[in-house]
Design a protein around this ligand. Structure first.
Ligand SMILES: [Mg+2]
Length: 218
């Protein structure tokens, strides 16, 4: 999108770094987005792992045009405070991780919605720094972490984000948080070097052992 991502406000300490996606990792996304669609007379049909082409009229299943789908996603980001709630155990897990490590949220969202998301996360007492960008995540994590000789972990639900970070930050522990949603059964699988977990309890265990050097990577 050509927007310059400002990393200057993110101050890291000499502790391990956990970079964490937000949608469907820290905040529920897909389930409330479906409710949002239904409130507007639309419906998502789980035919493939994409929103465009699969959102239809609830009454006659006429497909919603691509430009309108793109706008619905943006409108949902605008309205997120009324719809999105934390995923199970996310708040407690992140606070515990954040006591021993730096945590940075890296969310795939147009930067102009940063303040809305900031408010929502703050209202949940999740005050860790937040970066919103539509650029690939790997270069962002590389720039954040630099060449520091400290453990780094990245948590996301999307395989392409995990692969991007793995390419640019090969030393990073990659954790795929797979939401308990039918739609994710249609998602492209992550490569074998990505650790797949179903909840924050399992994610925390992998992150802890990576940060303390006591566990295997996968
Ligand atoms: Mg996500």
């Amino acid at each position: 999108m050509g927007e310059i991502l400002d990393l200057a406000h993110v101050r890291l300490t000499d502790r391990p770094l956990a970079v964490c996606d937000v949608d469907d990792v820290v905040l529920e996304f897909f389930a409330p987005f479906q409710l949002y669609l239904e409130s507007l007379g639309h419906r998502f049909l789980p035919r493939s792992f994409r929103l465009h082409g699969n959102i239809v009229s609830a009454t006659d299943e006429t497909p919603v045009e691509d430009v309108r789908v793109s706008q619905l996603i943006l409108d949902f980001f605008e309205a997120q405070e009324a719809w999105q709630t934390p995923t199970t155990d996310a708040i407690a897990a992140l606070k515990r991780i954040g006591a021993e490590a730096d945590v940075v949220f890296l969310t795939a969202m147009p930067p102009r919605y940063t303040q809305i998301r900031r408010r929502l996360l703050d209202s949940l007492d999740l005050t860790f720094p937040l970066l919103a960008t539509e650029e690939p995540k790997g270069p962002v994590v590389r720039e954040l972490h630099g060449e520091r000789d400290l453990p780094v972990a990245f948590i996301d639900d999307m395989a392409h984000n995990l692969h991007s970070v793995g390419e640019h930050v090969p030393e990073c522990l990659l954790i795929q948080m797979v939401p308990p949603l039918d739609i994710h059964k249609l998602a492209p699988p992550a490569a074998p070097h990505v650790v797949r977990v179903g909840d924050w309890t399992a994610a925390s265990q992998h992150i802890d052992s990576h940060f303390t050097g006591t566990g295997a990577k996968a």
